[in-house]
Design a protein around this ligand. Structure first.
Ligand code: LAN
Length: 725
């Protein structure tokens, strides 16, 4: 496409680009923010690091290394590269993009709260969104998905807010796609919510999200405290804003958007009629008759006749209190990138533009932003710090390299990082705001955010126990803190025996009848996950080996439950469905590890054999495995057109865990992984690796280093460091 085009409110000009040599990533104790330097002095004082350059897609000039022939040589080369990306506090960072509905929530919030948008941000967000525009012309739910009304209406609106002209050919094309999908009134509930905040649609278009639900007694089966934490924490500010029916005052841009986003005249649109309109491409989880009936009652009976001002006031007051606790408990970092901007808006509405809450929220928005070669995006969390760091430690340890003087300083820093990120307190008003205890736990990203996650705690404590047991490593985390982490892990078991993510499951699966998001599946309550369950199993097993006398009976009972669940979760074809990585290759790796830990391997277990056979039957010509994200959507293993380094590593790990007897397919797979390693030791980005809520994909770019190294390390420990190339 021609570079010369109309942008910026009709001015003719080139797409602007910031000077990439001026961007710096600041990591303050795990809080990652990007900064655009203004002066030469600043640049001199704060030179660009290799990690900055790498993440920005600039040449790192890291040297070519001696070609690897054996697994350990390959790991050594991998670490030569990856160790250069370690950030000063000891963690690794990365983009955590994928979802295409995050930036719009932020940019709309900036707009309606009149938050100044730094020019460099604006330029690079525009670049990112155009870089991710699909050939068809729109945007999808995530970077690899086809255009949807959700993605297209929201990202189109974002670009317009940032000053892109409606006459830009790319915008004309995007409008064409949006109109062919029925226009913005056919977006899902979140489109309708955000566009009503903007005043582009009228509030009648949005199905009700009454804050009164927060007044329900706790025993009520549908009370929000029972919902999956991400749903309830998004519902919280959403219900507050909905109740206020808050709308930004009309501007010229809003009037223009009203002309651009719909297929008919704004004045003629019956917004109430479109409450349930949705384009088929967006309708991953159609609303059930139960929810539709409930919405009907709310709209036609409850809201007009029963919802008194005093009910609304007390619901808003309690909801506001819960919002304040969420802010206080995270220092305004908030659970994630959806409720973060919404809480900012709620504070703006309630406390006004100059309130401290608004100021601090604005600062915290930076924690979600990431700059890469394509521009600026919004991460799915405020980073992947704890998670990737714990996994990297384990990968190096699997290869038996923890004692190597070359890698010890790197591991020591990583350990220091994990030490600094363990949460040592519970949250204020923990019970009242329905938080699970956090004392002793680790979260996914950092301590600021501080939400305990079962497997994040498990992977972190596992790495700490293993590393601290190696001679020469200091005991940074003393026994009592390790035991606190174990105590938390032991709170995560469900009656099924399995473990969920942030909390034990608090409500029934029937709650999915009230899933109103339309674009996601399995979101309403916590579920058991083979991945989370296995992480808990491995952590407890390792803990037992080092601390045989602590809560022995509890741990035994817990482990038994976990394994019963893992067995039950296996499908007849031998596979396990993955919820956080794509998909069967991810979950299979974990499940086979769980089985091995209780002594079930290929040799003695029909289950382990079926698990292995499922993988072996799907090995590709070149020795690798490749699984498309469609597996997550459909629940049916769907091959990717190309084998993937990350998924191949997952399968190899699973096969080695299970003791698969034939080394030939494993060797072939590792050969493929080694052949894809670059001369400087890195692996290149391939397809997206992660998923949530069945339909939305999310990137884990560090996996392409961590898992190949882990797989190679496990192989070398088992079969020796033999030539594979
Ligand atoms: C994550 C990221 C990490 C992930 C693992 C630790 C890998 C997993 O094993 C447990 C669940 C967890 C913590 C998880 C839950 C859902 C998250 C937070 C995400 C996939 C990252 C983004 C996603 C979040 C829900 C995105 C915002 C979207 C909404 C629908 C609210």
């Amino acid at each position: 496409m021609a570079k010369q085009r109309k942008i910026q409110n009709g001015r003719i000009g080139k797409d602007r680009k910031t000077d990439y040599s001026k961007w710096r990533l600041l990591d303050e104790d795990g809080r990652q923010t990007w900064h655009y330097l203004r002066t030469d002095e600043e640049e001199k004082e704060w030179p660009q690091s290799t990690a900055d350059k790498y993440h920005l897609g600039m040449p790192t000039n890291l040297p070519d290394l001696a070609p690897a022939k054996t697994p350990l040589q390959s790991i050594d080369n991998g670490l030569e590269f990856f160790s250069k990306l370690q950030l000063p506090p000891g963690n690794w960072g990365c983009e955590y993009g994928g979802p295409m509905f995050l930036l719009p929530g932020l940019v709309i919030t900036w707009y309606v709260t009149e938050t100044p948008i730094p020019e460099a941000h604006s330029i690079e967000i525009i670049n990112y969104l155009f870089a991710r525009q699909e050939a068809e012309g729109g945007w999808g739910l995530h970077i690899e998905g086809e255009s949807t009304a959700f993605g297209t209406s929201m990202n189109y609106t974002t670009l317009r807010i940032l000053g892109v002209s409606a006459e830009d050919p790319r915008m004309i094309k995007a409008r064409g796609v949006l109109h062919s999908l029925g226009g913005a009134v056919c977006g899902p509930h979140w489109t309708k919510f955000w566009l009503s905040v903007l005043g582009v649609t009228k509030w009648e278009v949005a199905n009700p999200t009454p804050p009164e639900l927060w007044l329900l007694p706790d025993w009520v089966p549908i009370a929000p405290w029972r919902w999956w934490i991400h749903m309830r924490q998004v519902f919280l500010p959403m219900s507050f804003i909905w109740s206020k029916k808050w709308t930004y005052p009309e501007t010229t841009l809003i009037k223009e958007l009203r002309k651009e986003l719909f297929t008919e005249d704004y004045e003629k649109i019956d917004f109430a009629y479109h409450r349930n309109s949705i384009s088929p491409r967006d309708n991953y989880h159609p609303k059930t008759w139960v929810l539709n009936s409930l919405n009907w009652l709310l709209v036609n009976i409850y809201n007009p006749y029963l919802r008194t001002k005093s009910i609304a006031d007390s619901a808003e007051a309690w909801t506001w209190q819960l919002i304040k606790w969420e802010d206080q408990n995270t220092d305004f970092a908030n659970l994630g990138p959806v409720n973060g901007p919404m809480n900012l808006l709620a504070c703006y509405i309630q406390e006004g533009p100059s309130a401290y809450s608004v100021h601090r929220h604005r600062e915290r928005m930076e924690d979600f932003l990431w700059v890469k070669d394509e521009g600026m995006l919004m991460n799915g969390t405020n980073g992947v710090q704890n998670w990737d760091t714990a996994f990297l430690i384990q990968a190096v340890m699997e290869a038996g390299l923890a004692e190597s003087p070359k890698w010890k300083p790197m591991l020591l820093k990583a350990l220091e990082y994990l030490e600094s990120q363990q949460t040592l307190e519970n949250r204020v008003e923990q019970e009242k705001c329905y938080r699970h205890p956090t004392k002793g736990a680790w979260g996914f990203s950092n301590k600021d955010q501080g939400y305990a996650v079962s497997d994040c705690t498990a992977e972190a404590v596992k790495s700490v126990i293993l590393l601290q047991a190696i001679p020469g490593y200091p005991k940074l985390i003393p026994d009592d803190r390790i035991k606190l982490a174990i105590d938390i892990i032991l709170t995560y078991q469900n009656s099924s025996g399995g473990c969920a993510s942030y909390e034990p499951t608090r409500g029934s699966e029937y709650m999915e009848y009230l899933n109103a998001a339309e674009v996601f599946g399995r979101i309403m309550v916590e579920y058991d996950y083979p991945e989370c369950t296995t992480a808990c199993v491995t952590a407890l097993k390792i803990f037992q080996a080092h601390y045989p006398d602590y809560r022995t009976a509890d741990i035994e009972a817990f482990l038994k439950g976990c394994v019963d669940y893992i067995r039950k979760a296996q499908r007849p074809d031998g596979s396990w469905y993955g919820s956080w990585g794509i998909c069967f290759t991810y979950a299979g790796m974990f499940a086979l590890e769980s089985l091995r830990l209780i002594g079930e391997t290929y040799e003695n277990s029909e289950r382990a054999r079926r698990g292995c056979q499922f993988f072996i039957d799907r090995q590709m010509e070149d020795g690798g495995w490749g699984e498309s994200y469609r597996s997550c959507e459909t629940g049916v293993y769907t091959p990717h057109e190309k084998s993937q380094v990350v998924q191949t590593a997952w399968v190899v790990i699973g096969l080695i865990e299970a003791g698969y007897p034939d080394v030939a397919p494993i060797k072939k797979a590792l050969k493929m992984i080694m052949e894809r390693q670059q001369k400087n030791g890195e692996w290149l980005q391939e397809a997206i690796e992660g998923v949530f809520n069945k339909s939305c994909m999310i990137s884990y770019p560090n996996y392409k280093f961590i898992f190949p190294m882990k797989a190679l390390g496990m192989f070398s420990q088992k079969y020796g460091d033999i030539d594979l190339l």
